[in-house]
Design a protein around this ligand. Structure first.
Ligand SMILES: Nc1nc2c(c(=O)[nH]1)N[C@H]1C(S)=C(S)[C@@H](COP(=O)(O)O)O[C@H]1N2
Ligand SMILES: [Mo]
Length: 335
C-alpha cells in the first residue's frame, strides 16, 4: 500500500529486510528515542524473544486470557498460526514494514483507554478500558482477512458485534454513516512522529462504513485473538473487523466512533483515491490499478517461500451474508 516509495516495493512484502536498511532503521528509531539500549537485536531474535531478552524500558506487552463462546460455524477453516498473525502486520503508526509493528508497539499503553461513541444518536457514551471486555458477552469469530496487497490470513478474533454497541447509543434518523478514528499519540506511535516511517499517511488514521454495513451481524469490534486480549500490533485494545472488505477498513486502536449524516473521509482513499475506494469490498473482478485481485497468497503454517496461491472470492467468501447490501450498485464504480 505504500505509494510514496518506488512501485516495486508494493507487492514485495517479504519478511526479509536487507541488513544495512535494517540497521539504518534501528539507528533512526534509537535516535528518536523509540528503542531502548536492549533493543539492538536482530529481528529474528526479536520475533521469537521471550521476556528475558528485553530491557526494562521495552518489556513486552502483556496480553491476558479472555472468556468467550466458541465460533459455532467456522471451526473447520484452517487458521493462520498465531505467531504469524502477531508478527506480520500492517499498522503504519508503528512503521510501514510488516515486521515493524510487532517490534515497535511493545511498550504501547492501552490502560487507561477511552472510546467515545457520539454524533447522531440519542445516548452517546464513553467506554473505558474495562468496559471493552465486560460490557458485552464475548464471542469467537473465525474470519478470513484479505489485505488489498493480495495476502490473506484466517484469524480467530474475539469480540462483539458493532451492532450491539450501536444499538446502545440509539442512532437517530440522520445517522447514515459511521466514522472511526484511531488514537493520535506521536509520543507513543513513531509512525505519527516521522513521516517516512509512517508511510506518508496524514494521522489520525480514519475509516468509515455505511450504517447498514455497520449494523451487519458480521461486523465485529474485536478485543482479542487466539483466546487472549489483542497484542498492540493487532490494534489493542479494540479494533474493527469487517471480513468482506479489504483489511485497511479494519481500523485499529479506536478512540472515536461517530454517527454522521454524510460519507466520512477515509485514510487510504484520501491518499490515493484512484487506488483505494470508500467501499473496498473484496472483489476478484476489480483489479487494483497496479496488480490483480483475482488471487491471493494465504499465509499458513508453511515457510516463507511456501506457494499458497488461492482464488479470491467475491466479498471474501461472505456473499451470502452481505451481497444484498449492494444490490443494484455498480461495484466497479463504487470500488
Ligand atoms: N490505525 C490503523 N489501522 C489499520 C492499519 C493501519 O496502518 N493503521 N492497517 C490496516 C491494514 S492495511 C490491514 S491489512 C489490517 C491488518 O491487520 P492485522 O495486522 O491485525 O492483520 O489492519 C488495518 N488497520
Ligand atoms: Mo491491508
Amino acid at each position: 500500500m505504500l505509494i510514496n516509495i518506488p512501485k516495486k516495493f508494493d507487492l514485495n512484502e517479504s519478511h526479509v529486510t536487507d541488513e544495512p536498511i535494517y540497521h539504518e532503521r534501528r539507528r533512526l528509531l534509537k535516535q528518536m528515542g523509540f528503542l531502548g539500549a536492549g533493543a539492538l537485536m536482530s529481528s529474528a531474535i526479536a520475533n521469537n524473544a521471550k521476556a528475558g531478552f528485553f530491557s526494562d524500558d521495552e518489556a513486552p506487552f502483556q496480553t491476558r486470557t479472555l472468556t468467550y463462546s466458541k465460533d459455532p460455524f467456522n471451526q473447520t477453516l484452517i487458521k493462520t498460526p498465531e505467531k504469524k498473525v502477531i508478527s506480520h502486520n500492517n499498522f503504519y503508526e508503528f512503521g510501514s514494514k510488516k515486521d515493524q509493528p510487532a517490534e515497535l508497539a511493545q511498550s504501547f499503553k492501552v490502560e487507561p483507554w477511552q472510546l467515545k461513541i457520539s454524533g447522531e444518536c440519542d445516548h452517546p457514551i464513553t467506554l473505558d478500558y474495562d468496559d471493552l471486555t465486560k460490557l458485552f458477552p464475548l464471542e469467537e469469530r473465525i474470519y478470513r482477512l484479505r489485505c488489498v496487497e493480495a495476502w490473506s490470513m484466517v484469524i480467530p478474533w474475539i469480540g462483539f458485534s458493532l451492532a450491539s454497541l450501536l444499538k446502545k447509543v440509539a442512532p437517530n434518523s440522520r445517522a447514515n454513516y459511521v466514522a472511526f478514528e484511531t488514537l493520535y499519540d506521536p509520543k507513543q506511535m513513531p509512525g505519527q512522529a516521522n513521516r517516512r516511517l509512517g508511510g506518508g499517511i496524514k494521522y489520525p488514521y480514519v475509516e468509515g462504513l455505511r450504517i447498514d454495513e455497520a449494523m451487519n451481524p458480521l461486523t465485529l469490534m474485536s478485543v482479542g485473538l487466539y483466546g487472549k486480549t489483542l497484542p498492540p500490533q493487532n490494534g489493542a485494545p479494540i479494533r474493527l473487523v469487517v471480513p468482506w472488505k479489504y483489511g485497511f477498513k479494519s481500523i485499529k486502536s479506536i478512540v472515536g466512533i461517530k454517527l454522521v449524516e454524510h460519507k466520512p473521509s477515509t485514510t487510504w482513499k484520501k491518499l490515493a483515491p484512484k487506488e483505494y475506494g470508500f467501499y473496498a469490498n473484496v472483489n476478484p473482478n476489480h483489479d487494483h490499478p497496479r496488480w490483480s485481485q483475482a488471487s491471493e497468497r494465504r499465509i499458513t503454517s508453511g515457510g516463507l517461500f511456501t506457494r499458497n496461491r488461492i482464488a479470491t472470492l467475491p466479498f471474501n467468501g461472505y456473499s451470502e451474508e452481505v451481497a444484498d447490501l449492494y444490490r443494484g450498485m455498480n461495484l466497479s464504480k463504487h470500488f
